[in-house]
Write a protein that binds this ligand. Structure first.
Ligand SMILES: [Zn+2]
Length: 545
């Protein structure tokens, strides 16, 4: 459409345009939005494909529905071939870059934050600190009288206005300006107001004069890691960012984002007993769990894993778990059962499994501590068993440190702890200083996961300081250099076993060792070898006739 000539511009009217979305200028992408596609088909409007799967052209003339999926840009000049999307190196970024390079526009962040009515007619919330005076109008409560405290002699009837509106001894106050009998505001603020900035006060919680001392809050904040449920991830985070930006503009903060990193943790789910015909749930205590049936109709019940809820009778009482197994076991179970961002299913057998693991660690460490013998002085040349154990120790340090610092893969960290515990249990060199190093390392690495048990074990090992103040372990790269590795032998891509080979062997040596091995000979003897695939450090695969 060229606005400088006087051609008429056709106007199409549709009832599916969302009035609350955007500014009023409507874009249409018939090839990639099903509503636009149907509209374009009905009114014979042109359809232009601009995204298609790699190497799979889409013909606009023959397409029968829109293509709203991933792909690469086409028919888009400078953007052709670029992956469609908002991420780094994708089409949205490239389009903004193109516009900026050609001085036709620039990128900007657009927040979907709407006007916000913050007053609520309820008790729980921060009172809005104003007084209504018949002479002066709305008067702020003077700073010296802040904060306005909620009254405690309140009655909740569940009917009518806010319970605060009935408390005349709280409401009736003289006007702070002229002294005329006046009334407090009885609306309280939306709790989102408080949750938008409370963390800014953590570094300076005792401050009676200011909301916070900017020097202290700027020193400690922003928050390094935010952990919250997904239900917090949208409104609360957007409001917090807005508050932070306003306080920055007011010169109270020197950062403009409140949280550096967000982890939305999964929910704990548990087994619930449901009659799928009636939708009713039953408490496990009233059922025979080996064959759960509806107590009234006798129909078989379905076992479903759902978010814990009173109405589904599937809550787990933490008190019971703590008194039976202790907090360390409960924590280990939760960390081990699933990565933190995933939902996890409560499973008594797995709780028991963690309890047994911690008991094994307890025995391993206390047996070592009870022996009381000073380990012999370290010798320069380690035995094979000592080298293997040292490798296991430093491998565990490396993996667990990465799991804790990187993507918070606590579940894989716990499984590394189990491997280290097994390596110590199986180690033949129990009087070696390497074994002593392994025991101390196991306790330290386990400390963030089972803080109580490890604190006790640390003291049993003769330490007087807390394990939680001990220096974190450092992986020694020299311990991770291995002399031998297990090389996987495959025949036609199928794994048949492993053989031990020198870790530094080159491709042709690996092929030779594999070819001559008893393991491979069982499958390749007398056959024609058509091809050998060697992946150093990993495998040799023989392709035979
Ligand atoms: Zn007044």
């Amino acid at each position: 459409m060229n606005p400088v000539n006087d051609e008429k511009i056709p106007v199409w009217i549709a009832d599916y345009v969302l009035m609350g979305y955007g500014t009023g200028a409507i874009m249409a992408v018939p090839a990639h939005d099903q509503r636009d596609f149907e509209f374009a088909k009905k009114f014979y409007l042109p359809i232009k494909v601009v995204v298609q799967p790699v190497d799979q052209p889409i013909d606009a003339a023959t397409m029968t529905e829109s293509y709203p999926h991933d792909g690469v840009m086409v028919h888009s000049d400078a953007l052709d071939g670029i992956p469609a999307g908002k991420g780094a190196g994708q089409s949205v970024e490239a389009a903004i870059q193109w516009l900026e390079n050609h001085q036709k526009g620039k990128g900007t962040a657009n927040y979907r934050l709407r006007d916000w009515l913050i007053s609520r007619q309820r008790y729980w919330g921060c009172p809005i600190p104003v007084v209504h005076c018949p002479e002066c109008g709305i008067v702020p409560v003077p700073d010296a009288e802040l904060p306005v405290q909620l009254p405690e002699d309140v009655e909740f009837s569940g009917r009518g206005a806010s319970p605060l509106a009935k408390l005349s001894n709280w409401i009736d106050v003289p006007c702070p300006t002229c002294g005329t009998p006046a009334q407090r505001e009885t609306d309280t603020m939306d709790t989102f107001i408080c949750s938008s900035w409370y963390f800014l006060r953590y570094p300076d919680a005792g401050n009676e004069q200011q909301v916070f001392d900017p020097a202290k809050t700027n020193d400690w904040m922003p928050v390094d890691q935010y952990v919250g449920g997904i239900e917090h991830a949208i409104l609360h985070l957007l409001y917090s960012r807005f508050f932070t930006k306003v306080l920055r503009d007011r010169g109270l903060l020197n950062f403009d984002e409140p949280f550096k990193r967000l982890l939305t943790q999964g929910m704990v789910q548990a087994a619930a007993y449901k009659n799928s015909n009636t939708g009713k749930y039953y408490a496990p205590s009233q059922l025979d769990l080996t064959d759960p049936k509806d107590p009234t109709t006798g129909e078989p019940l379905e076992v479903v894993f759902e978010k814990m809820s009173k109405s589904k009778y599937n809550g787990i009482d933490p008190e019971q778990v703590l008194s039976k197994y202790g907090a360390d076991t409960a924590r280990m179970f939760i960390l081990f059962k699933a990565p933190p961002e995933k939902d996890l299913e409560w499973d008594d057998a797995d709780v028991e499994g963690q309890f047994r693991f911690l008991n094994r660690v307890w025995r391993l460490v206390t047996e070592f501590a009870d022996r009381g013998a000073e380990p012999p002085a370290s010798s320069d040349s380690l035995t094979k068993a000592e080298k293997d154990l040292r490798y296991a120790i430093h491998y565990a340090i490396q993996q667990i440190t990465e799991d804790l610092e990187g993507e918070y893969q606590f579940n894989t960290a716990v499984s590394e702890l189990m491997k280290l515990s097994n390596a110590l249990t199986d180690a033949p060199c129990k009087t070696s200083p390497i074994y002593a190093e392994g025991i101390a390392t196991l306790v330290k690495l386990l400390a963030p996961f089972a803080p109580h048990l490890t604190e006790e074990l640390w003291h049993q090992l003769g330490h007087t300081q807390s394990v939680h103040q001990a220096t974190w372990c450092q992986a020694d790269p020299s311990a991770l250099v291995v002399d031998e590795i297990a090389l996987v032998i495959q025949i036609m891509g199928k794994t048949r076993g492993t053989i031990q080979v020198p870790a530094q062997a080159d491709k042709s040596t690996l092929e030779e060792l594999a070819r001559e091995s008893e393991l491979a000979q069982k499958y390749i003897a007398g056959k024609e070898i058509k091809k050998v695939i060697v992946v150093p450090g990993k495998l040799v695969n023989f392709v035979v006739e």
